[in-house]
Write a protein that binds this ligand. Structure first.
Ligand SMILES: [Zn+2]
Length: 327
């Protein structure tokens, strides 16, 4: 039983794209015996951490468990879709926390205070060790990643990491679709279109305010794109995902910029022209030398200029061709 494993080594280092596609579609479409949505949750957590890996393609369990806890909290508590995964260990742990702390149902994960987020992450991590890491590892014949419960270390197969970055958008859509379909089948209630919308947004934050505060401390108080001064009069400051959220599916300080409302509203889900890529790389050089924020934001520690550049290239390959500039 692969889910009982405590350590899983990589079984094949080099995989062709065809082999990865085959494994991936098999995992997505095979109905797992336990009818659990965990594999989708883990794939979504992996996608959220594609640019958080270190030089050895490693992410730590805490990072994955945070993403996983957030996804399930928003699905089960915030959207009340508990029937789909009822009785599962993840759902039980989250409901326990909600009751212990008397948290109202409509609260999204990012609105919880840091102590409760840590508590949820820690409990979910324990469940992932018994039910999640080993299971997907088994489903992929040990070819997608290696894991180690003692070191709490998760290492992507490099060819899989590259593949997931390259086809990120397509993967997100496929995972969301199959996850929604499974929840629909288990609930026999809401229609798939209604679910898909919810599933598509479960990884999304409701506010980027904390990032705004950090960025205001270390960057110019002007719009990143048009240079207009911010916080003047009625004009509100916006936090923009330089590479659109719909592509990255995560909120990293190094991908966030402060903008005026006009630029943010007109840019929406588009990619900025290449001139801004150089500017954001320069901006990040300023951020990564600030010890104070680097010590608070561990994602910034793993930031490399190449990550930003690759992300930009991959987003174009994924169809973000509608390039934007301020006018
Ligand atoms: Zn602007």
């Amino acid at each position: 039983m692969s889910h009982k494993l405590r350590v899983g080594e990589l079984q094949s280092i080099y995989l062709t794209e065809e082999q990865i596609w085959r494994s991936f579609t098999t995992i997505l479409t095979t109905r797992s015996k336990k009818s659990s949505t965990y594999k989708y949750g883990l794939l979504k957590a992996m996608i959220e951490n594609l640019y958080q890996v270190d030089d050895e393609a490693v992410v730590f369990y805490d990072q994955l468990a945070y993403s996983f806890a957030k996804i399930y909290w928003n699905l089960v508590i915030h959207h009340g879709l508990e029937q789909g995964t009822s009785g599962s260990a993840v759902v039980k742990r989250l409901i326990e926390i909600q009751r212990e702390e008397s948290i109202p149902e409509d609260i999204t994960f990012d609105k919880l205070n840091a102590t409760i987020q840590v508590k949820a992450t820690t409990r979910i991590k324990a469940v992932m060790k018994t039910n999640v890491f080993g299971a997907l590892y088994g489903d992929t014949q040990g070819s997608f990643y290696a894991f180690d419960h003692k070191e709490e270390r998760f290492q992507f197969n490099r060819t899989v990491l590259t593949f997931m970055r390259k086809y990120q958008l397509l993967m997100v859509d496929l995972i969301n679709y199959h996850m929604a379909k499974m929840i629909e089948r288990l609930n026999d209630a809401p229609h798939i279109n209604y679910l898909l919308e919810k599933v598509e947004s479960i990884a999304k934050r409701s506010t980027l305010k904390p990032f705004e505060r950090v960025l205001l401390q270390y960057t110019e108080n002007t719009c990143f794109y048009c240079d207009k001064p911010l916080n003047k009069g009625q004009a509100k400051t916006h936090v923009d995902h330089f590479i659109p959220w719909s592509f990255v599916q995560s909120d990293q300080l190094w991908n966030l910029v402060l903008t005026c409302s006009k630029c943010n509203t007109s840019k929406k889900d588009k990619l900025p022209i290449r001139d801004f890529l150089r500017l954001v790389v320069e901006r990040n050089e300023v951020l990564v030398v600030q010890q104070e924020i680097v010590s608070q934001d561990k994602n910034l520690k793993n930031y490399k200029e190449e990550k930003m550049i690759h992300l930009y290239e991959y987003s174009i390959q994924n169809g973000y061709e509608n390039i934007w500039w301020p006018r």
